[in-house]
Design a binder for this molecule. Structure first.
Ligand code: NDP
Length: 325
C-alpha cells in the first residue's frame, strides 16, 4: 500500500510517499480502505515537523479519514461499510489516514451518517466536527440567535469557516474575524453578516472593554482571545478550540467574575462516542449544499507535504482534501 511516511533524519522530520507492507499497520480490530483524508493544522505541524506532534517514527500522519471497512473483527462493523474517523491520536501516536489502508480500534469509528458521502464527510473533517462541538457549546451556554452577535476568529480556516456556515444556518448573526482582506467575500458567501479585520484586535486589551458579543468561537488563542474575552457581553459564552495565534492567554479574571463570561474549552480528539454521533448527525442536517462547493481543494497523496507547508504559512483557505482512492 502507498503511505505518506514521516521519518527522522539528523533530528529533522522528512516525509515521502512510499510503498509499505500492510503487515506493518498498527494493531486494531478494523482495517479500512481509505478513500479521503484531509490536511488539518495538526497534520501540517506533524508533516513539516514544526510542532512536536509525533514522538515515534516512522509515522503515517492524517488525523482524519473516511473509507470502507475491508476487514472487521468487531460485530458493529462489516466489510463494505462506510466509516469516518477523527481524533483518538490517530496520525499522532497511531498510523493515520494519509495512506491507502488504516487499521484502528472499532471504538474510534463513526458509521457514515445517511445522507452524507465519504467525500463530504472529509470536507467537514476534524475541523468541521470541531466547529460543530463549538456551536453545541454555545447552545449549552444558553446562547440563542436572539442573544446577539457571535464572533468567529480565524474565520477563513477549516474550523472557522464551518462555524460561520453552521451558525448562519441556525439563524445566528455572525461576525467573522480574518487577517486576509481577500477572504471577505468568501466569508460573506458562507453566511457571515459582517467581517472585521484581525488588525482591529491587535492593540492590547484592557481587562474590560465595551460589551459587544453574545458568543464567540475562537480558533486563535493568545492576545486575540484575551481581547475577545474583554469584549464579551454579560452571561456570554466563548468556545475556545485553537491556538493558531499562540497557546498563551494574557487575560485577567475580570470578564469571568464581573460579566459572568463562560470560557468553554473544546477538545475533539477524545469526544465520547454518543456526542460524536450527535455532532455528525447535526452536521449532516445543517450544512447547506453550497458549503460543499466552497473553498475545497482536492489533491493527490504526493502533494500533501507541499500543502502542509502552505498551510503553515497561512496560504490555504478552507479545506484541503486528499484523494487516496
Ligand atoms: P487553519 O490553519 O485552517 O485555520 C486557522 C486560521 O487562523 C487561519 O485560516 C487564519 O485565519 C487564522 N490564523 C492563522 N495564523 C494566525 C495568527 N498568527 N494569528 C491570528 N490568526 C491566525 O486551522 P484549523 O481551522 O484547522 O484549526 C484552527 C485551530 O484549531 C488550530 O490551532 C488547530 O490546532 C485547532 N484545532 C483544535 C481542535 C481541538 O480539538 N481543540 C481540532 C481542530 C483544530 P484568517 O486568515 O481568516 O485570519
Amino acid at each position: 500500500m502507498l503511505a505518506l511516511l514521516l521519518e527522522q533524519k539528523d533530528g529533522s522530520t522528512v516525509s515521502a510517499v512510499k510503498q509499505v507492507s500492510p503487515d506493518n499497520l498498527p494493531e486494531g480490530n478494523v482495517t479500512i480502505d481509505v478513500e479521503w483524508s484531509g490536511i488539518n493544522y495538526k497534520d501540517a505541524l506533524a508533516i513539516t515537523g514544526k510542532g512536536k506532534i509525533i514522538r515515534q517514527f516512522p509515522m503515517v500522519p492524517g488525523i482524519d479519514f473516511a473509507g470502507t471497512v475491508r476487514e472487521s473483527q468487531d460485530a458493529r462493523f462489516i466489510a463494505g461499510q462506510s466509516v469516518i474517523l477523527t481524533g483518538w491520536g490517530v496520525g499522532e501516536t497511531h498510523w493515520g489516514g494519509l495512506a491507502e489502508q488504516a487499521r484502528v480500534n472499532a471504538n474510534w469509528l463513526v458509521p457514515l451518517p445517511q445522507g452524507l458521502s465519504s467525500r463530504q464527510s472529509m470536507i467537514i473533517g476534524t475541523a468541521g466536527f470541531t466547529a460543530m462541538l463549538c456551536v453545541m457549546a454555545l447552545e449549552e451556554g444558553g446562547i440563542t440567535p436572539e442573544s446577539g452577535e457571535i464572533l468567529v476568529t480565524g474565520a477563513s480556516g477549516g474550523v472557522g469557516s464551518t462555524a460561520v456556515s453552521l451558525l448562519s444556518t441556525l439563524g445566528y448573526q455572525v461576525v467573522a474575524v480574518t487577517g486576509r482582506a481577500s477572504n471577505h467575500d468568501y466569508l460573506l458567501s458562507l453566511g457571515a453578516n459582517s467581517v472585521i479585520s484581525r488588525e482591529a484586535f491587535n492593540d492590547a486589551s484592557r481587562p474590560l472593554e465595551k460589551q459587544r458579543w453574545a458568543g464567540a468561537v475562537d480558533t486563535v488563542g493568545s492576545s486575540l482571545l484575551a481581547k475577545v474575552l474583554s469584549q464579551m457581553n454579560y452571561g456570554s459564552t466563548v468556545a475556545a478550540c485553537g491556538l493558531a495565534g499562540g497557546f498563551d492567554l494574557p487575560t485577567s479574571v475580570m470578564p469571568f467574575i464581573l460579566r459572568n463570561v463562560r470560557l468553554q474549552g473544546i477538545d475533539s480528539v477524545s469526544t465520547p462516542l454518543d456526542r460524536r454521533q450527535m455532532a455528525w448527525q447535526r452536521l449532516t442536517k445543517l450544512l447547506p449544499d453550497h458549503f460543499y462547493q466552497q473553498a475545497v481543494t482536492e489533491i493527490p497523496l504526493d502533494h500533501a507535504a507541499h500543502v502542509a507547508t502552505e498551510l503553515m504559512e497561512n496560504r490555504v483557505t478552507g479545506r484541503t482534501l486528499v484523494k487516496i482512492k
